[in-house]
Design a binder for this molecule. Structure first.
Ligand SMILES: Nc1ncnc2c1ncn2[C@@H]1O[C@H](COP(=O)(O)OP(=O)(O)OP(=O)(O)O)[C@@H](O)[C@H]1O
Length: 454
C-alpha cells in the first residue's frame, strides 16, 4: 500500500469515520486514541502522514504537545491537525509549530481526502528534491579539511552576509557554483531565488534575451535572469565569455540598477546580488582588450579564489568517501573499499577536471564493480588516463602499483623490467645492452645477478 496514514483522535467514531473515508480512496490507515498509543504507533513504523486531533481528551499529552514530539522525531512527516469549530487560533499555532495544514470539524469527506492527498504530494516532492540535490552533488557542503579549504570556508562565511558583489576565480569543476550557492544560502537573501546563467553556454545572439528577457515580439514575453533573480542572487558563470556588447549592457544595469527588456521600453527595477565567476585570468583578458576593466571592478568587489583539486590532494580520501556515500544513497550501488595502491594513484593524479572529474570517476568505479560483492578498488581498475602521467609498471608486480611502494622496492622493480626489456631488445647480447644502457659489462652482470635476472 502506498500510504500509511495514522489517525489520532480521542473519539472512536471520528477515528473510524476518517479511516473509512481514506480507505475508500485506497489509503492504508492506522488509528490511535491517545498520545501514548500515537507515539507507540509512530515508533513501530514511521507513517506517511498523520491526522491529529488537537483536543485529545484523557490523554497524557494534548494535540499540540504531541505534535512537538512527532516533529522533533520526524521533521519531514506531514501532520494535519483536526480542530474543533471555532478553534482556529489553536490550529494556526499548530501550523506555526510545523503542522502541514488543519481541517475544521465538521468536515466534508471531499475536503479530508483533498487535504490528505495534498499533504502526501508535498511530502513526496520534498523528498524528491532532496534526492535530486544529492544526486546532482549539490548537498550544499564544501567538503575538505585542508588549510586551503578551511580558508575558503571562512572567506565564504565572512562575505556571505555583506551583500557585496563577488567574483569567484578557479578552474573548471573546482566548485565555483557550489561556493556561490553557499554564499546565497548564508546570506539575508537565502529565501529569495538563486538564478544561475552560464555565459559560455549561450550564443551571443541569445545572451541579452536570457539576461533581460523580452517584451512582446513574436516570442511573446519572457522573463530574463535578472528579473527572475529579484530579491535573490544572480550567479553569472564564465563572465569572460560574454560578448563586449553584453558587457556594456551589464555595466549599465549595475550603474543604473535597472534595465529594459529586449524590444521593450519599460524600466525594470531589480534588487539583485551578483556573484560572477571565471576560470580565466581576467587581468589578462583585460590587458588583451577582451574584458572591460570598469566592469571587472564593479563585479569583483570581493574576489574569492577556489583552489584546484591538485592544491589540496589531502582532501581526496574524504571527498571519495563522501561521494561514495552520496552515490550509494541515490543509486543503491554498494560502497567499496579503495585499495592503498588505487588511493596512491588517485591522490597523485593532477585532476584537470577537478572535483567534477573525481566524482565522475568514483561513480564509474562503483558501477564497474557493481556485480562483485567482495570487490576492492585496485589501481588496475582505474581508467588509463588517471595513472598515465605516473610511472607505472606492469603486471609482473602482482597487480601492485608502483605508486604504493617505497622507492627502494619501486626502483628494483623498475630496474629489473627495464633491463630485461633491453636485453630482449638486443637479442640477449649483454655487451650491446651494456653499451646502450651506459654500464660496464661486468657491472651489468653484477646488477642482473642482484636482481635475480638470468
Ligand atoms: N568542496 C566540495 N565538496 C563537495 N563537493 C564539491 C566541492 N566542490 C565541488 N563539488 C562538487 O563538484 C561538482 C562541480 O562543482 P561546480 O559545478 O560548483 O564547479 P564549477 O567550478 O562551478 O565548474 P564550472 O567551472 O565547470 O562551472 C559539483 O557536483 C559540486 O557539488
Amino acid at each position: 500500500m502506498a500510504s500509511d496514514i495514522l489517525i489520532v483522535d480521542d473519539e472512536h467514531d471520528i477515528r473510524e469515520l476518517v479511516a473509512g473515508i481514506l480507505e475508500d480512496e485506497g489509503h492504508g490507515t492506522r488509528t490511535a486514541g491517545n498520545s501514548d498509543e500515537a507515539i507507540a504507533a509512530v515508533e513501530k513504523r514511521r507513517p506517511t502522514m498523520v491526522f491529529l486531533d488537537i483536543w485529545l481528551q484523557g490523554s497524557k499529552l494534548d494535540g499540540l504537545a504531541l505534535l512537538d514530539v512527532i516533529k522533533s522525531q520526524h521533521p519531514d512527516l506531514p501532520v494535519v491537525v483536526i480542530s474543533g469549530h471555532g478553534n482556529i487560533e489553536t490550529a494556526v499555532s499548530a501550523i506555526k509549530r510545523g503542522a502541514y495544514d488543519y481541517i475544521e470539524k465538521p468536515f466534508k469527506a471531499d475536503r479530508l481526502v483533498l487535504i490528505a492527498e495534498r499533504a502526501l504530494e508535498a511530502s513526496k516532492l520534498r523528498r524528491e528534491i532532496r534526492d535530486l540535490k544529492e544526486r546532482s552533488g549539490d548537498a550544499g557542503q564544501l567538503i575538505g579539511t585542508s588549510t586551503v579549504m578551511n580558508q575558503l570556508r571562512s572567506a565564504v562565511e565572512r562575505v556571505a552576509p555583506t551583500n557585496s558583489r563577488i567574483m569567484i576565480n578557479g578552474p573548471s569543476g573546482s566548485g565555483k557554483e557550489l561556493v556561490a550557492r553557499m554564499i546565497h544560502q548564508l546570506s539575508g537573501r537565502a529565501n529569495g531565488p538563486f538564478v544561475a546563467l552560464n555565459a559560455a553556454a549561450i550564443t551571443p545572439e541569445r545572451m541579452e534575451i536570457e539576461l533581460f528577457g523580452t517584451e512582446g515580439g513574436e516570442g511573446g514575453r519572457k522573463v530574463g535572469a535578472f528579473e527572475e533573480a529579484h530579491g535573490g542572487t544572480f550567479y553569472l558563470d564564465e563572465v569572460a565569455d560574454m560578448p563586449r556588447e553584453t558587457q556594456n549592457k551589464i555595466l549599465r544595469v549595475l550603474v543604473e540598477q535597472s534595465f529594459t527588456r529586449v524590444g521593450g521600453t519599460t524600466k525594470v527595477q531589480v534588487d539583485v546580488r551578483i556573484i560572477s565567476s571565471t576560470a580565466r585570468d581576467l587581468p589578462r583578458e583585460i590587458q588583451d582588450g577582451r574584458f572591460r576593466e570598469d566592469l571587472f571592478h564593479r563585479l569583483a568587489v570581493v574576489p574569492i579564489r577556489v583552489p584546484a583539486l591538485a592544491e589540496r590532494r589531502e582532501d581526496i580520501p574524504l571527498l571519495i568517501s563522501t561521494f561514495q556515500e552520496q552515490i550509494a544513497r541515490a543509486s543503491g550501488l554498494p560502497i567499496r573499499r579503495i585499495g592503498d595502491d588505487a588511493m596512491a594513484v588517485l591522490q597523485a593524479h593532477d585532476w584537470p577536471g577537478n572535483i567534477r572529474q573525481l566524482r565522475n570517476n568514483v561513480e564509474r568505479l562503483m558501477i564497474l564493480t557493481r556485480g562483485d560483492a567482495e570487490a576492492v578498488i585496485t589501481a588496475d581498475l582505474l581508467p588509463s588516463e588517471i595513472g598515465a602521467m605516473l610511472p607505472a609498471l606492469p603486471t609482473t608486480t602482482g597487480g601492485e602499483h608502483l605508486m604504493s611502494l617505497p622507492l627502494r622496492d619501486a626502483r628494483e622493480i623498475f630496474e629489473r623490467e627495464y633491463l630485461v626489456a633491453q636485453i630482449n631488445r638486443f637479442g640477449g647480447n649483454i655487451s650491446r645492452t651494456a653499451e646502450f644502457v651506459g654500464m660496464e659489462r661486468s657491472a651489468l652482470h653484477r646488477k642482473l645477478k642482484s636482481l635475480g635476472v638470468g
